[in-house]
Design a protein around this ligand. Sequence first.
Ligand code: SF4
Length: 323
Amino acid sequence: MPAEIPPSPFGERRYNAWNDYVKLRHGGRVQKISVLGGFTCPNRDGTLGTGGCSFCNNAGFTPGHLDRRQSIHAQIDSGLEFLRRRYPRTRHHIAYFQSYSNTYGEFDRLRACYAEALAHPEISGLAIGTRPDCLPDRVLDYLAELAQEHIVELEIGVESCNDAALQRVNRGHDFASSADAIRRAAARGLEVSAHLILGLPGESPASMLDGARQLSALPVRSLKLHQLDLVRGTALAREWEADPAAVTLLGEDDYIALLADFIERLSPDILLQRLGSEVPPKLKLAPHWNLRLHELAPRLSAELARRGSWHGSRYETAFSTLS
Ligand code: SF4
């Protein structure tokens, strides 16, 4: 390492990674197996709207092999078959209810879905993705009960800390709703992951960096960061095709720089679980760069090293440096 680069308290990676924490906490690698529970979301079923969030096409993040007609048990079996070959040293597998809002539905139905996954002998827990406005206390109480005996990771789609951006993408809830859900979940001892998109229309660099401050003030355990990708079939993709000036997309270097700016301002207590997204090429319309996730991590570390900074190195002073 060149002499002028200060050492990072986090080693060469320069940020706190979720995977390291998970391995320590659970004695080895924990692998998620995606399953479809057959849920919808209030932004699609007419409760809030029918068009959905303007960036959303669930096909963009639903593994192609999943088949809702199969039981959850059978979906887990198919996922296990694939993952055992790829990650033979995994210690725990957890069922990942990722697509749509997986706490949105009749309580008994939710309970039956989670119970079916947990009844699988190879499953040690659940990861449940949802919207902040689909987390009534009764569901949180139940998840907290499950967390007494199983791994339970609750992934809340915050998407932005800026209400103007949330409105611009037709999200149907505000940031206060996310903050409230995160606090209520954490108060029950649940580990909360926040999902955040960098580069939504309606954001500015300052508003996104202010998001690091706002999230840092909340009891968030880990963060999944994504760049904005335009996925075919979404309202945002159609907007961009009609007028590319309507949606500004981050270039590869811009995204790495923004990621570094954001992480410098983020509390080091919030572990980084994901640094970007990978949309299947046939579904991705733009931007035209395609850094794989395993390529993103070293690029971020190299950028932090180049700056002589690290995760949280500007955390306490983040406010005074923002315009
Ligand atoms: S992102 Fe989630 S809440 Fe928004 S439309 Fe898609 S499934 Fe519904």
